[in-house]
Design a protein around this ligand. Structure first.
Ligand code: G3P
Length: 198
């Protein structure tokens, strides 16, 4: 139980690292919270026009979820891996380093799923990508990928991930409330568009 607590706490602390803000600063792009949607994720880094910084944000925000899962799996076991992945996701949403004002969790959700069961993670990434290529909205791609994650878990023989997938999906929907309003109003910017949305 002590080790379980340690890997879950570690997952949270890893997840709380806001790589979007770190990358924006490192690349001299300014304060990400004053750009575009004000969100700390890769989609908003892309609004600065710096594709490399956006790509690194995506990989690192996904990677921190994946690493949290792998550490917990290696030291405790599969149940701990799910808990640590969830903790990393919560860390991204409510980071202690930013006064608990974090992001929307999409990259961390994808990285966590990839590490928990790569076929489910790949299916979620594929879903995101398919919607993004077809419709060019990052938020809508995330909403569809999140909703389908528990379905993919069931269909691909990872039923034990269904509850976690559903929980992550609910939190992703709550965090995308403003995006959902803009999508309905037709004012959500497409991927890479630089306009401010808040
Ligand atoms: O990953 C977050 C994305 O779904 C929406 O980001 O900046 O457009 O609100 P943003």
């Amino acid at each position: 139980p002590l080790l379980l607590g340690v890997v879950v706490l570690l997952g949270y602390l890893l997840g709380a690292v806001p790589f979007g803000i770190v990358m924006a600063r490192l690349f001299g792009l300014g304060d990400l919270r004053k750009i575009g949607s004000g969100n700390i994720g890769a989609t908003n880094v892309l609004r600065t026009g710096n594709k490399l910084a956006a790509f690194l944000t995506l990989v690192l925000d996904a990677g921190k979820g994946g690493i949290a899962v792998l550490i917990a799996r290696a030291t405790v076991g599969e149940d701990a891996a799910q808990l640590a992945g969830f903790a990393a996701f919560l860390g991204h949403l409510f980071p202690v380093y930013l006064g608990f004002k974090g992001g929307k969790g999409v990259a961390t959700f994808l990285g966590t799923l990839l590490a928990l069961a790569w076929p489910v993670g790949l299916a979620a990434c594929g879903t995101w990508l398919a919607v993004a290529v077809a419709l060019r909205y990052s938020s809508l791609s995330a909403l569809v990928a999140a909703a389908l994650a528990p379905v993919w878990a069931l269909l691909l023989g990872h039923g034990s991930m269904t509850v976690l997938g559903a929980l992550l999906a609910v939190l992703i929907y709550i965090r995308h409330a403003a995006n959902i309003r803009r999508l309905i109003a037709g004012t959500e910017p497409k991927i890479g568009k630089k306009e401010r949305t808040t």
